[in-house]
Write a protein that binds this ligand. Structure first.
Ligand code: FNR
Ligand code: 8K6
Length: 347
């Protein structure tokens, strides 16, 4: 019944995944105070190496990309060396791992990086406080200048090179969940009137420039992209967003990529302006490898793969609760139920 999950999948010319189950990117806030991955993190990832591909927790590309405590980075030599321990442990256990590259844009906080601007497409803030740090209110960001945007693109490319130096098999660009790349793609956070705003073509420009720069830096076959056409986290929806994603997905279709990954917590969410589920909306517009995610059980995941709704499935919370998720599913053993208290330690 779940056999499709255990089929091999050729991701690119050099990588064939042992099964179709990805470990979804999961922020754990457990890096050390220099944002260096620890030995405990290496062991945590290695325990999950029997997934077809691990996507690392979101990893910041530079200091002002940070919006949560102790999220790892990929911009200092010590961070690169820390990740080398992680990738070595995963590879020794027979696994494969991509780094998820992250800049949080307007939900960054200077508390984490000291003096400096919070950069975003436009000077439009989000309400609220940093999770787990209730006295840190979000600030109104500064609209990035064209020069600052070019530098951001270059910094994504450098972080991708650092990821390869650290031993990762590729990178996933975090273009989802209301963070920087996603902020350019929605009207509620992008009110620019220059070549990065106003029209679907302009609003897609930053995402496509990052994809192109990172592809040039490490090879397009090693680059995935996560997108949230449905605004549901750190973002107000706007029905005009659909035209932006229509344009962007058509452009992505015309170029080589390792995969596009749905960014959502529950794939059953219906978005009126997208005509239903985000995964179905994306499948209808993207012909390459699509990764689905969001509330799947082994049964519903294999059904979705059988029905070709997407090619690979990412599993998040169940992987926090079950380091041996793949083995348990293969042997039809019961899974431990996830709960939020499990976030307190790396099991
Ligand atoms: C997440 N998610 C997430 N997404 C992402 O792109 N980068 C990240 O770093 C994180 N971090 C993260 C932490 C925690 C604690 C949770 C619960 C979720 C979203 C995650 O990748 C996935 O899309 C959702 O969890 C939905 O999948 P499941 O959990 O229903 O299988
Ligand atoms: C990527 C950094 C995030 C830090 C951890 C987030 C974990 C949150 C757990 C669940 C929150 C879900 C919010 C999403 C909205 C759901 C819409 C129905």
């Amino acid at each position: 019944m779940t056999s499709t999950l255990f089929e091999q999948f050729k991701l690119n010319d050099t990588l064939t995944l042992n099964n179709r189950i990805l470990m979804a990117p999961l922020t754990r806030c457990m890096a050390d105070d220099n944002l260096v991955p620890t030995e405990a993190m290496a062991a945590y990832y290695a325990r999950r190496a029997d997934s077809g591909l691990i996507i690392s927790e979101a990893t910041i590309i530079r200091p002002d990309a940070q919006g949560y405590p102790n999220t790892p980075g990929l911009f200092t030599q010590a961070q690169i060396d820390g990740w080398k321990n992680v990738t070595r442990a995963v590879h020794n256990a027979g696994g494969k791992i991509f780094a998820q590259l992250w800049h949080v844009g307007r939900v960054a906080h200077p508390y984490f990086f000291g003096e400096g601007d919070v950069l975003a497409p436009s000077a439009i803030g989000v309400e609220g406080t940093v999770p787990r740090m209730r006295d840190l209110s979000y600030q109104t960001p500064k609209a990035a200048t064209t020069a600052e945007i070019k530098q951001l693109v270059a910094d994504y490319a450098q972080a991708a090179k650092n990821a390869i130096e650290a031993g990762f098999d590729g990178v996933e660009l975090h273009g989802a969940n209301g963070y920087l790349i996603d902020q350019f793609l929605h009207y509620s956070s992008n009110q620019r009137t220059d070549e990065y705003g106003e029209t679907p073509e302009n609003m897609s420009r930053f995402a496509l420039e990052v994809v192109a720069a990172v592809s040039d830096a490490i090879g397009a076959q090693k680059v995935g992209l996560r997108l949230s056409p449905g605004a549901y986290f750190n973002m107000e929806p706007d029905h005009r967003d659909k035209a932006v994603f229509d344009y962007l997905l058509a452009k992505l279709n015309a170029r080589e990529l390792a995969f596009v990954h749905v960014g959502i917590f529950d794939d059953n969410m219906q978005f009126e302006h997208l005509g239903g589920r985000v995964s179905d909306y994306m499948r209808a517009r993207y012909n390459g490898t699509l990764v689905g995610v969001g509330g799947f059980t082994p049964q519903t995941a294999s059904q979705a793969l059988d029905n070709k709704r997407f090619d690979l499935v990412a599993i998040g919370r169940p992987f926090i609760a079950n380091p041996d998720y793949v083995n348990k599913v293969k042997n039809q053993q019961p899974l431990t139920q996830y709960n939020e208290e499990m976030l307190a330690q790396l099991v």
